[in-house]
Design a protein around this ligand. Structure first.
Ligand SMILES: Cc1cc2nc3c(=O)[nH]c(=O)nc-3n(C[C@H](O)[C@H](O)[C@H](O)COP(=O)(O)OP(=O)(O)OC[C@H]3O[C@@H](n4cnc5c(N)ncnc54)[C@H](O)[C@@H]3O)c2cc1C
Ligand code: FES
Length: 263
């Protein structure tokens, strides 16, 4: 884990309030593994005590990008970042996604900014697979050209039907599993709202498949000290224990996660 002052190289709106922030982080960027995140201290915020966690979208050489949506005080203040300014980053943090197994079909499932957490999985995977991306409307469907350029097949769904199949991302996934698997074994990698993760995890367990789920929890310290981010995790004796999403996660296998009362 590193603490680095990263220089803003570029920031722009992509679509629907989602923004791309490109940072020069020569120490951190080469160390990033797929599914890891950075904890960013937001400048221009009076009470900038707490950092905000963001998945690393791209990491090329000494450059690191995040995709974020303005949802509150911190992310709103981030919009004011200008080229050449520095932001303090802690990272790369957490245990990310494992490399997709070569004898399975990798199936990425994303909602909203979940596409950012999954891009490096697709980019570094030895096997190409499929991506199911969902959002409320077309504006929430991110990065489709980027995944297509990597040679992955992308299936889009939106709640309002403004792009792709109308319905939830899992509504598009289910028929594909029935028609296109043809005896092959899927391996799921998912990031998005916890309700979506729960549905993907339950489907994987029913099929006796593996699903790696990146859990979203509000975070404080980001380094395992404050316990803000705990998640119930199953233990081998049939019980459960608390684990820290920032430290032991954010990625857990679906059988590890105890969702009851948690969504
Ligand atoms: C491991 C991890 C990776 C993440 N990656 C990304 C990313 O790549 N892009 C991105 O846009 N966001 C990402 N997030 C969510 C992001 O951290 C929050 O949106 C951000 O912290 C909100 O800060 P704020 O000060 O603007 O919002 P606040 O003013 O603190 O809150 C505004 C609203 O956002 C909600 N909120 C706050 N934190 C979260 C959270 N963690 N999850 C869901 N809702 C939240 C609050 O309940 C409230 O409704 C990630 C979160 C985690 C835990
Ligand atoms: S955010 Fe502090 S322990 Fe996870």
């Amino acid at each position: 884990m590193l603490l680095e002052d990263a220089k803003v190289l570029q920031q722009r709106e992509i679509q629907g309030g989602y923004r791309l922030l490109v940072l020069a982080a020569p120490l951190m960027a080469p160390k990033v593994q797929p599914g890891q995140f950075v904890h960013l201290r937001v400048p221009h915020l009076d009470s900038a005590v707490l950092r905000r966690p963001f998945s690393v979208y791209k990491a090329d050489g000494g450059t690191l990008s995040i995709l974020y949506k303005d949802v509150g005080r911190g992310t709103s203040a981030m919009k004011a970042l200008r080229d050449g300014e520095t932001v303090s980053l802690l990272g790369p943090l957490g245990h990310g996604f494992p490399a997709p197994a070569k004898d399975k079909v990798p199936v990425l499932v994303a909602g909203g900014y979940g596409m950012a957490a999954l891009y490096l999985v697709a980019k570094t995977s030895a096997v190409k697979g499929v991506v199911f991306v969902g959002g409320r409307s077309a504006q929430d469907v991110l990065c489709v050209p980027e995944f297509t350029a990597l040679g992955w097949t992308v299936h889009v769904s939106t709640d309002d039907g403004s792009l792709g199949v109308k319905g939830l991302v899992t509504d598009a996934l289910e028929p594909w599993l029935h028609k296109e698997l043809k005896g092959r074994t899927p391996e799921f990698f998912a990031c998005g709202p916890n309700g979506m993760l729960k549905a993907v995890g339950e489907r994987a367990i029913r099929g006796n498949w593996t699903a790696w789920l990146s859990v979203d929890r509000k975070m404080g310290c980001g380094v395992g000290a404050c316990l803000t981010c705990v998640q119930k995790i199953a233990t081998p004796d049939g019980g459960w224990t608390w684990e820290r999403v920032c430290k032991e996660g954010p990625v857990f296998e679906s059988r590890q996660i105890v969702w009851k009362d948690e969504t």
